[in-house]
Write a protein that binds this ligand. Structure first.
Ligand SMILES: [Zn+2]
Length: 293
């Protein structure tokens, strides 16, 4: 068994900057026989031992984009409509001057495709060569590039989107500094990330306790190795304020069940949980629109 925290380097919470860390569970999760742990900061933010080591697990191969969700056209469309609605809501209240949009972490380019059809001059970048190649084969303007390869000057985009990206980045501040450098003066960054306070996470923990630690699968579905960080709404606000961003919108949201499963029974179960999450403001996702101060 590898000690998942052996390479931990000096750590300060990205949200509150405290050095505090406490294990969330008294057991390790694992990915491909490699254990990793989840830690909690006193501010409520969660992060994995990959974050403590400032590295991302090597998972973004072709298999990552071959999951049922990526292969199911209806699920993909439902998901794109979901994220597009949040962006449109933000821009209705905080309009931008032009129509240039960059989607960072664009995967195979579904959102770029939607944005182009909606009248945006849209482009996408992603770290995955396979995903970008698939999108380019569909005629989409995508480039394979990581964040460090993006320009650090030239205010050229009215909107930058980063759907489900922030929580995957070992250095989340890099996304903010890159977005700041490429947004027009009134430009808006819209991003979606995961929350640490969802009801579905509480249910998974309850199942774990009720089964005396045996039923770990639901928690393993929530704490996936690719997610390095989990915010509370307050921790996300604090993180953005620390980096001098003005928050224009902060929504709690859940991906439509039809985008998560094709089973009608699973969809009904998810719909029930999601309606409770919505009522209690403890959804699985946080969507934020913000602008550099
Ligand atoms: Zn903290």
């Amino acid at each position: 068994m590898i000690d998942s925290t052996s390479a931990v380097i000096p750590w300060h919470c990205p949200s509150c900057s405290r050095p505090h860390q406490q294990r969330q569970f008294d057991f390790s999760l694992s990915w491909k026989d490699t254990p990793f742990d989840i830690f909690r900061c006193i501010c409520g933010m969660l992060y994995s031992s990959y974050a403590l080591r400032h590295e991302a697990p090597d998972i973004y191969d072709l298999n990552y984009y071959n999951s049922e969700r990526y292969r199911n056209t209806n699920a993909r469309q439902a998901y794109i409509q979901h994220i597009a609605a949040h962006m449109e809501q933000a821009l209705t209240n905080h309009p931008v001057a032009g129509r240039k949009l960059l989607d960072i972490g664009c995967a195979t380019g579904d959102f770029v495709s939607w944005a182009s059809a909606a009248g945006w001059e849209a482009e996408g970048v992603d770290i995955s060569e396979d995903a970008v190649a698939e999108g380019c084969a569909r005629g989409l303007p995508l480039r394979q590039q990581d964040l460090t390869g993006l320009p650090t000057e030239g205010h050229r985009y009215d909107v930058v989107t980063a759907w489900d990206l922030l929580e995957h980045l070992p250095d989340m501040s890099l996304l903010l500094s890159v977005a700041r450098s490429i947004l027009t003066p009134q430009g808006v960054l819209v991003l979606k990330t995961v929350s640490s306070e969802s009801i579905i996470e509480s249910l998974a923990r309850l199942l774990l306790r009720a089964s005396a630690g045996r039923l770990q699968t639901p928690l393993q579905r929530i704490y996936v190795p690719g997610h390095l960080y989990y915010f509370t709404p307050q921790a996300l606000q604090q993180f953005l304020h620390r980096h001098q961003w003005e928050i224009l919108l902060l929504n709690q949201a859940d991906t439509p069940s039809s985008a998560l499963s094709s089973s009608r029974i699973t969809q009904l179960g998810l719909d029930t949980v999601f309606s409770v999450q919505k009522r209690l403001a403890r959804c699985y996702e946080l969507v934020v629109a913000c602008r550099p101060k």
